[in-house]
Write a protein that binds this ligand. Structure first.
Ligand SMILES: Nc1ncnc2c1ncn2[C@@H]1O[C@H](COP(=O)(O)OP(=O)(O)OP(=O)(O)O)[C@@H](O)[C@H]1O
Ligand SMILES: [Mg+2]
Length: 371
């Protein structure tokens, strides 16, 4: 039998006893009812985020359930809220609907089947909404990748051609420079810098490559890491952050190289932002990011560990939800980890996180090894 965790926020004990009795009469499902009698206790319980649905009374001492609904908007994710009132009030019903209530029930008219049905529908609708939100998030991310791919290929073409010409002219000039050693040296520097740009453009192309539908083949992990570092390493230098590289051994993993690069790129950018945040909070310490690969049984573990601001336990629960971000507008969309987890799981892998506030975070990706 399905078991549901229901939160009741109501300041009247008689109502609690009545609703408890109604729910215990339901035979198709089992309900565990938690009762909170004040506005603040109710709000705190809602933020714990482990209820399947919430029944919310309109009158809550000095405040109203409507105010509670507004205050909790955007901060709770998967709990539908059903409004309860003493009297039917059409305007209030409409207001409740607009601030996101799943249903509006009048206490005096409550019966056990009515309550059961309202809860069941509210949970189902919430579930459908979340699926919709996730697929929207994926479409946005795919759109992002597609535009990155387009940009990368036009860049590769627009930059690649003149770069090739400059490179061959520099080489020609070098061969004609005779004994002029300082000039030769300068020309060789031009050639090597052009090679650097070409490598960077190629890395961008690799990372933006479209996803194949066969969900994972052998990917050279070191190559992917190198592609990402070609794009990002200078950011670490520029921000005075030591990048500790512990990935000398070559590994093949089951993944897709472009999307795996995106996953790693997001982890490293998140670490950069977290260190920036730690500095903003006035914490002074040496900062570093460790990038490590190791073999564990049949899997390869890729770890990104930073000394940034860390993640509160509350936020850790929401990290992988689409659109969860603590960054300012323009800095993050909150899709990085949500799409990363989908991708990694589609290759048969896992992502885990451990973090301590003000000390730092560690994200690990476990991927099936290909031998
Ligand atoms: N290494 C980290 N240290 C501290 N907080 C982190 C770290 N990684 C992720 N977070 C937190 O998790 C949130 C979600 O990360 P995620 O990568 O999904 O989205 P984002 O970085 O905010 O935006 P996007 O990646 O879409 O540009 C971040 O806003 C941040 O609060
Ligand atoms: Mg991110």
């Amino acid at each position: 039998m399905t078991e549901f965790n229901i939160l009741l926020i109501d300041d009247d004990e008689d109502d609690y006893l009545h609703i408890r009795d109604l729910l215990s009469d339901v035979i198709s499902s089992k309900y565990k009812l938690t009762w909170k009698s004040t506005y603040n206790e109710g709000l705190a319980a809602l933020y714990e985020n482990n209820f399947d649905a919430c029944l919310l009374d309109y009158r809550l001492g000095e405040k109203t359930g409507l105010e509670l609904l507004v205050e909790s908007q955007g901060k709770i994710n998967s709990c539908p809220i059903i409004f309860l009132t003493g009297l039917f009030d059409f305007e209030l019903d409409i207001k409740a609907m607009h601030v996101g209530a799943a249903d509006y029930l009048v206490k005096g008219q409550l019966t056990s089947p009515l309550l059961e049905r309202s809860i069941r529908y509210a949970i189902k609708q919430q579930h459908d909404m979340e699926e919709l939100k996730e697929s929207k998030a994926q479409i946005i991310q795919q759109d992002r990748l597609a535009s990155l791919g387009l940009l990368a290929s036009s860049l590769a073409h627009e930059i690649g051609t003149p770069m090739g010409i400059i490179r061959s002219r520099a080489e020609l000039a070098e061969s004609k420079a005779g004994n002029n050693e300082p000039l030769k040296k300068d020309l060789l520097i031009i050639v090597s810098q052009i090679d650097r740009i070409t490598k960077l453009v190629n890395s961008l192309l690799h990372l933006a490559r479209e996803r194949k539908s066969d969900l994972g083949a052998a990917v050279d992990l070191n190559q992917t890491i190198q592609d990402v570092l070609n794009l990002l390493e200078h950011e670490f230098d520029r921000n005075n952050i030591t990048l500790v590289k512990q990935f000398s051994k070559p590994y093949l993993v089951k993944a897709e190289s472009g999307p795996l690069g995106q996953v790693l790129l997001n982890l490293l950018i998140n670490s950069l932002h977290a260190i920036e945040e730690s500095r903003k909070q006035g914490i002074t310490k040496e900062h570093h990011v460790v990038l490590k690969t190791e073999s564990i049984n049949e899997n390869i573990k890729l770890t990104v560990q930073d000394t940034g601001c860390g993640i509160s336990e509350d936020n850790q629960r929401n990290l992988f939800k689409p659109f969860f971000t603590t960054k300012e507008f323009g800095q993050g969309t909150g899709l990085g980890l949500a799409t990363s987890i989908k991708l990694v799981e589609s290759w048969g892998g896992q992502i885990s996180v451990s973090s301590k506030i003000k000390e730092g975070s560690e994200f690990s990706i476990l991927l099936p090894a290909i031998t």
